[in-house]
Ligand binder design. Structure first.
Ligand code: URA
Ligand code: SF4
Length: 197
């Protein structure tokens, strides 16, 4: 692992910058390949993640893994993290203060990994990173902001009881890796929304 990521990870493990440190079992730093072309960003750890200190290892994580497998990608090839690194009690949505406090770690992860695309999973990440809402309207789109590309899709947890959304997630992840291949080959990719202009 990159030494800088190791430092970020250690800082997350020891962090007491917001109230969530009081109720967590373990902080959940990002995990994966530091040379990845893509960072997946979820909301916050759930119960399994809190118990084990690893992101996306519960039911939602299974959905994400399956979508990756269908696109021919293994989890080890990518980097997976969350906006907030400690579990909010009863899985409530993290508050603005918690998100703003914790976002520094995400910024650091992004600046070390320098992904071609940041894949936003669901509304909390959409709102925290791009100020957006209503992900179901914008999912499947490629966004540019401040010289960074973002791809929007639904949160894997939202697909748990919704067969239609599973298809949507799988299709979106497929498109994401197609876009990454095009970018690697220096081909033109269509930007759907440009927040820079
Ligand atoms: N949901 C998230 O947003 N992140 C996780 O790590 C697990 C579930
Ligand atoms: Fe620190 Fe983030 Fe955990 Fe809050 S949620 S204690 S800021 S690591």
């Amino acid at each position: 692992m990159s030494q800088k990521l190791q430092v970020i990870k250690q800082n997350v493990i020891e962090c007491v910058k917001c109230d969530l440190c009081e109720t967590r079992t373990n902080s959940v730093p990002g995990k994966g390949n530091f040379k990845s072309n893509v960072i997946f960003v979820g909301e916050a750890p759930g119960r399994s993640e809190d118990e084990n200190g690893e992101p996306f290892i519960g039911i939602a994580g299974k959905k994400l893994s399956t979508a990756l497998e269908e696109a021919g990608i293994s989890r080890e090839e990518v980097y997976i993290t969350n906006v907030v690194k400690c579990r909010p009690p009863k899985n409530r949505v993290p508050t603005t203060t918690e998100r703003e406090t914790c976002k520094e770690y995400l910024k650091q992860e992004i600046s070390v990994i320098k992904p071609k695309i940041i894949c936003i999973l669901g509304n909390t990440a959409f709102n925290s990173l791009l100020g957006g809402s209503e992900i179901t309207k914008f999912r499947g789109k490629l966004v540019q902001k401040d010289n960074q590309l973002y791809f929007l899709t639904v949160h894997p947890a939202a697909t748990i009881y919704n067969q239609e959304l599973i298809k949507v997630l799988n299709k979106d992840i497929m498109k994401l890796f197609h876009l990454i291949t095009e970018l690697k080959n220096k081909k033109y990719v269509k930007i759907d929304i440009d927040y820079s202009s």
